[in-house]
Design a protein around this ligand. Sequence first.
Ligand SMILES: *Cc1c(COP(=O)(O)O)cnc(C)c1O
Length: 437
Amino acid sequence: MSVRFRSILNDSPEVGFREALMRGLAPDGALYVPNHIPKLPPEVLQHLSSFDLHSLSEQICSLFIDEIPSQKLGPLLQKAWNFPIPLVQLDENMYLLELFHGPTLAFKDVGARFMAHMMSAFLEQEEKDVTIVVATSGDTGSAVAHGFHNVPRIRVVVLYPSGKISRLQEQQMTTLGGNIVAVEVNGTFDDCQRMVKRALADEHLARQCNLTTANSINVGRLIPQVCYYVWGVAQLLKLDDRSSYSPTFVVPSGNFGNLTAGFYAKWMGTPIRTFVAATNANDVVPEYLTTGTFHPRVSVRTISNAMDVGDPSNLDRIQFLTGNDVDALRSHLQSLRISDEDTMEEIRYTEAEHAYVLDPHTAVGVRAARDLIGRKLIPSPVIVTSTAHHGKFPEVVSEALGKTYPVPAPLQKALQQPKQSIKIEPEFEVLQSLLSR
Ligand SMILES: *Cc1c(COP(=O)(O)O)cnc(C)c1O
């Protein structure tokens, strides 16, 4: 039985992957989740170490997506992921799954590029064009812009708050040109988000320009992330072919999309022992596991700012999977909060011990892993999902280590190119006329 996608609230009809991807949210306003988690076929599980990234991912995706024939899925995945996802060993017990080799040097490339190529394939079938409109406070915008750059039948309009994102982030979004339109809003991130929501809710406008969005609540970003968990285990087996290997995954978490994908991988039958969600000072999930009550809060600023989320939306999906039972959740998940000071110290320690430079997000994960291994609270081997390249965070890294590193080539290229943006006031009518052009 192939997977259908249902709304968590269950007030909307079940749909296939294509519609869930194109809609983003169900009509009742809730998140889409798979109506069941398919099992990996035994012949895949028994020969995990014989697959490469793309052939393994083709097997996984074909269980969730039946609207694209599997012989077309393979080439699509190769185009989307034209970069490696290597597993590197840090020490005897710990491995890093490097998810940051895509064009913007962060793991969001994995989901964004997959979505872009899937959407394009569906639009080709329908001979339709769409406009994707997104608001960004920095990182999501660049991953989406790069993911969809030069993808046929898609125009991307990214709104960002003028003067409120880093120069690196701005250059990554505003130098692409072509089908990417960067809109610099004279206002805040909340202004940007409000305008985008209003555009999506404006029936006339949405129909006129086939508007959709590509933010992280889209289930189309989770399915591709399931693949790299299975791929991480496959690589561990390749390095040391003990068929009994069942690693613990430590996941630096903010909106909990990455961790949700890990849970799906485990539910599919991937040998994974348990999970750790490592957070920064935005610790609503560690608190929830300790106290049993969930209190969303306004986020606070930290040095791992892509994880500054006070009300993680994907927690609903994890809760749904574990029957909204905190004890059931505890049997699969531990969660630890890591302070900025400890994050800095981990960047120093790992560089001194292993000559490896961590970005602040991955450092949160590595620190949590080291702490829990030291206290014998998690079994090894441990795989930490490494979510960004340190070159994206030069200020934090140079403060921690007292030295600077060359800017990675893709970022250097963006820094050298001329910025192209459209400056607008935070008024819906301005966005409206810009979109209908
Ligand atoms: C978005 C992001 C995270 C958090 O991932 P979630 O899926 O939101 O939990 C962690 N690290 C980096 C570098 C990110 O960009």
